[in-house]
Ligand binder design. Structure first.
Ligand SMILES: [Zn+2]
Length: 207
């Protein structure tokens, strides 16, 4: 959450893409070097507003893909049962996600869930470090942070999982997908993805 950027554009956090654009247009009109009073303050204000605008648009697009994944976005498969992504928290390697959805008719239904698949980094093989340069004096290769995974030892990639939600899973409102959570490369350990379902009457439509 880019608090500074929201403040910069006088927006409440969670503002929509349309609101972000409108807020920037308003500030741009006031401070644009060509139309504003043209002082140094105006130029600085215009520049920082523009920077905030770019950052928020990017952030909104990323979150939008997450939130309204179920209602389709490019390249993500359309979930047969749309849902809204309400939040995510981590506990150790386990990842807990909350979804809102309208209960479809029938005893079972399918949803397509995005999850981050973590694989050991092929460059450092999960060590998080690569061999650095040889120190000629000590004749020792000093390990360095792996540039490919930034020392995490794992590469994350968004993948999609089709889940058949049975009557029982829906009743319980919660289910666990083994191994679809976080990944600890040093121990090759995988956490679970625990999904909570909240049934609602209607889903708000994304913009
Ligand atoms: Zn690596």
């Amino acid at each position: 959450m880019n608090v500074r950027a929201y403040r910069e554009l006088n927006l409440k956090k969670g503002a929509s893409e349309a609101e972000i654009k409108a807020a920037f247009r308003k500030l741009a009109k006031e401070h644009h070097p060509d139309t504003g009073r043209g002082g140094a303050d105006d130029v600085a204000k215009f520049r920082s507003a523009y920077k905030a605008y770019r950052e928020l648009l990017r952030e909104t697009k990323i979150n939008g893909q997450k939130e309204f994944f179920g209602a389709a976005k490019v390249s993500a498969p359309v979930s047969p049962t749309p849902f809204r992504y309400d939040g995510e928290r981590k506990h150790g390697l386990d990842v807990y996600v909350e979804l809102s959805l309208v209960r479809p008719y029938g005893s079972e239904f399918e949803i397509i869930l995005p999850f981050t698949s973590h694989e050991a980094c092929p460059r450092c093989l999960g060590q998080g470090q690569t061999l650095g340069r040889l120190n000629f004096e000590s004749q020792i290769y000093r390990p360095q942070t792996c540039p490919k995974c930034q020392g995490q030892g794992a590469i994350g990639e968004i993948k999609y999982l089709t889940v058949k939600v049975t009557e029982q899973m829906a009743q319980r409102g919660k289910f666990r997908l083994r191994g679809a959570g976080g990944y600890l490369p040093s121990q090759a350990k995988r956490g679970d993805l625990i999904v909570s379902l909240r049934f609602v009457d209607t889903l708000p439509v994304g913009n």
